[in-house]
Design a protein around this ligand. Structure first.
Ligand code: ZN
Ligand code: ZN
Length: 353
């Protein structure tokens, strides 16, 4: 029996622990990928908790439909090790990033290419075993994307934080053509958003974060100006720089405070895209929707087509690499703890050795 190692979720709210399981043999269209890198995402923290905070003491339970021990981790890149008989085009030895937002494959959303909206998802590291391990089983080779000449760790991180940022920016593409966007929150996704915005738009974006170190990092990475959302003058200064407020704002935090700041800052006819999942609830003044002609739109990861577009842009060399630090797979729990406490600038990617 050949076995493989995983950093497993064995109980919600408890630390991950190493487990060993029998290495699966790929069946049908399945492909077995030997993992080289797997990024650690803030949503892994919520999945480990077993819930998302909806605000006002309400919680969204996310413990359903998952047998424990379970392997978290959805920012995966590695090398094809073996493939099932119906996955002939998956050549062993090929280096691939793994698109994890996999749907059922046959509902209306999946058939339209919106697998990230599927109601019977098979998301890697969320619904089926993911990447905090030495190997992962992928349902079909069409989810395996070439990434050369990008670094493997960056290609892995692009599969969630990069894709989330790219898909959010696509939703304010028109606004980005008119003037600078405002990006709120400079964690892993926000920094990716900054890098992609620099490549996609003429105007460098404005950024906001409560952490001065993150604002410094964003300015060094090409942000036009950085603001502390807690500063009372921030909105006024942003309005002055954008003739009345940016027409596109991406909220990469997703808390009551970040969304209040985003909706306060957005200009007339503008759109706020909420990509973050931190938690909270807030009352919104209803008349501001018509008076400001304001749109608030949610976005969740992205489609396979967007992942390919994003990788093509990154592979062309136009996107500055986001800051990444690498740690051994055995540091999965320490990395989740650091993320939970906001102790990380950029992205942490685990090396499966
Ligand atoms: Zn993620
Ligand atoms: Zn589906």
């Amino acid at each position: 029996m050949t076995v493989f190692r995983r950093q497993s979720l064995v109980a919600y709210g408890q630390p991950l622990c190493e487990t060993v399981a029998e290495l699966p043999a790929p069946q049908g269209t399945e492909v077995l990928v030997r993992i080289a890198r797997c990024g650690v995402c803030h949503s892994d923290v919520h999945l480990q908790d077993g819930y998302f905070d909806l605000g006002q003491d309400r919680k969204l339970d996310v413990t359903g439909g998952r047998a424990l021990p379970f392997t978290l981790g959805h920012e995966i890149a590695g090398v094809i090790e073996s493939a099932g008989p119906e996955a002939a085009d998956a050549a062993a030895g090929r280096a691939v990033a793994v698109f994890p937002w996999i749907g059922c494959g046959h509902c209306a959303d999946c058939l339209a290419g919106d697998e990230n909206l599927c109601n019977a998802p098979r998301n890697l590291g969320v619904n089926i075993d993911g990447g905090f391990a030495t190997h992962v089983l992928v349902p079909h080779p069409r989810y395996l994307l070439d990434y050369a000449p990008l670094p493997t760790a960056l290609a892995a991180a692009y599969m969630c934080s990069g894709l989330t940022a790219y898909s959010a920016l696509k939703k304010v593409e028109k606004a980005g053509a008119r003037g600078p966007l405002l990006l709120v929150g400079l964690g892993g996704v926000g920094m990716m958003g900054l890098a992609f915005a620099r490549a996609m738009f003429l105007h460098a974006p404005l950024v906001a974060d409560i952490d001065p170190a993150k604002r410094e990092a964003a300015l060094a990475a090409g942000a036009a100006a950085a603001f502390d959302p807690g500063d009372r003058n921030a909105r006024k200064e942003i309005a002055a720089l954008t003739s009345g407020g940016p027409r596109g704002v991406c909220d990469f935090v997703g808390s009551d405070r970040s969304l209040a700041f985003a909706t306060g800052a957005v200009g007339k006819g503008g759109k706020v895209v909420v990509a973050g999942l931190l938690g909270g609830a807030l009352p919104l003044s209803v008349p501001l929707f018509p008076l400001k002609v304001m749109t608030i739109e949610g976005t969740f990861v992205g489609t396979l087509a967007e992942a390919k577009e994003m990788l093509a842009l990154a592979r062309s060399g136009k996107v500055a690499p986001a800051p990444i630090s690498e740690r051994p797979l055995s540091d999965a729990q320490r990395s989740l703890d650091d993320l939970r406490h906001g102790r990380i600038v950029g992205r942490v990617v685990l090396t499966a050795k």
